[in-house]
Unconditional design. Structure first.
Length: 304
C-alpha cells in the first residue's frame, strides 16, 4: 500500500505532465496534484505548498502549518529523494511557516520579504486571539530577504520574487516560475475563502488592489496563479478578483468618508450585488474598515 502511494507520488513529482487534474492522497490525508512537469501542489497542510524539482535541489513555496509538519515531511520524502535546498515564504502567517524549522535544519535556505523575517524574529501580537506569538526558532527564520524584488536560478529554473505591498500583511511576496508560467501569490488571492486582511499586520484593501494589478501586469493569458487556499486559478479569475477588490475599494472610500462603521456598511449594503457572497460579511467589512483607518491619509486627495 505504502509502496503504491510512493510510486504514485513520485510520478506526480516526475518529468512527464500527467493527465491531471487529479489528486493523490498522501500522508496525513494531504492531497498532492501536479501543476506542471516537476511542479507539485500539496494541499491540506494549512496553506498550500508548492514543490519544484530542479535536479539540483527542491524548491518549496511555503511550508504549511506546524500541526501538519510530520505529514508534510513524510509527503516530501515520498515525492522524491531530492533535498529541499530553498524555501520561499509568501508571508509570515503560521499556516505558511510551520515546517520552516525542520527544513532549515535540513539545510534549506529560506527566502522571504524582510518584514517577514522581522516578524518571525521578534514575534507578534494576534488581536483576534488576544495573545502574543513567540518568535520562531533560529533555524526557522528567513536567511535571504528582499525589500522589493529578487531573482535566483536553481537547477536552471529561474525564480523571480517580489513585494506585494500591504496586500494581506506587511510582508507578502509573490514567487514566480517564469519558465513554467506559474506564480505563487500566497493569501493575496482568495478564490475560495473570504479574502483576509490582516490590518493589524499591515494588510489593507488599497494594497490588495495595487498588488493584484501588479500580478496582472507581470502575467499573460496563460499564467496560472497558486493561492494559499483553493485551487490553481487562471488570469481571468485573478482579473475578476482584482475588479471585485477595486469595486469594494471605491465603494468603501465613500462610506468611510461618511463616517460609517463596519456595521453601518453591512446595513447600507456595501457588499450587495458584487457577484460574490461571503461567509462572514461583518468580519470582512470590519477588517477592511480597520485597514482604511490605518491608511486614512490616502483616502482621497481632497479629504481635508
Ligand atoms: Zn495569511
Amino acid at each position: 500500500m505504502r509502496t503504491d502511494r510512493r510510486s504514485i507520488l513520485k510520478g506526480i513529482a516526475g518529468a512527464a505532465l500527467l493527465p491531471w487534474p487529479g489528486r493523490a492522497i498522501a500522508a496525513g490525508g494531504l492531497a498532492v496534484s501536479q501543476v506542471s512537469p516537476k511542479l507539485a501542489l500539496i494541499e491540506g497542510a494549512g496553506g498550500n505548498i508548492l514543490v519544484l524539482e530542479t535536479g539540483e535541489g527542491r524548491v518549496l513555496v511555503d511550508t504549511g502549518a506546524a500541526a501538519s509538519g510530520a505529514a508534510v515531511l513524510e509527503t516530501l520524502d515520498e515525492l522524491s529523494d531530492e533535498a529541499v535546498t530553498a524555501v520561499f515564504n509568501t508571508h509570515w502567517h503560521l499556516d505558511q511557516v510551520g515546517s520552516n524549522q525542520a527544513l532549515g535544519e535540513r539545510g534549506a535556505t529560506i527566502f522571504a520579504h524582510e518584514k517577514t523575517r522581522q516578524r518571525l524574529t521578534a514575534g507578534w501580537y494576534l488581536p483576534t486571539e488576544d495573545r502574543y506569538q513567540q518568535p520562531l526558532p533560529s533555524a526557522a527564520l528567513p536567511t535571504e530577504t528582499v525589500f522589493t524584488e529578487g531573482v535566483t536560478t536553481i537547477g536552471g529554473q529561474r525564480i523571480e520574487y517580489g513585494y506585494m505591498i500591504l496586500a494581506h500583511t506587511d510582508g507578502d511576496l509573490y514567487v514566480a516560475f517564469p519558465d513554467l508560467n506559474v506564480v505563487a501569490v500566497g493569501d493575496v488571492a482568495a478564490p475560495v475563502r473570504d479574502p483576509v486582511f490582516d490590518w493589524f499586520g499591515g494588510g489593507w484593501l488599497g494594497g490588495r488592489v495595487d498588488s493584484l494589478a501588479l500580478l496582472l501586469d507581470r502575467s499573460d493569458a496563460d499564467t496560472r496563479f497558486v493561492p494559499s487556499y483553493g485551487p490553481v486559478i487562471g488570469r481571468a479569475e485573478l482579473q475578476a478578483e482584482h475588479d471585485l477588490m477595486l469595486e469594494l475599494f471605491e465603494r468603501m472610500v465613500e462610506h468611510v468618508r461618511l463616517g460609517e462603521t463596519a456595521e453601518d456598511m453591512l446595513t447600507t449594503g456595501v457588499l450587495d450585488n458584487l457577484g460574490r457572497t461571503f461567509e462572514d460579511p461583518y468580519r470582512l467589512l470590519y477588517d477592511m474598515h480597520k485597514g482604511f483607518w490605518a491608511h486614512h491619509n490616502k483616502l482621497m486627495p481632497d479629504i481635508v
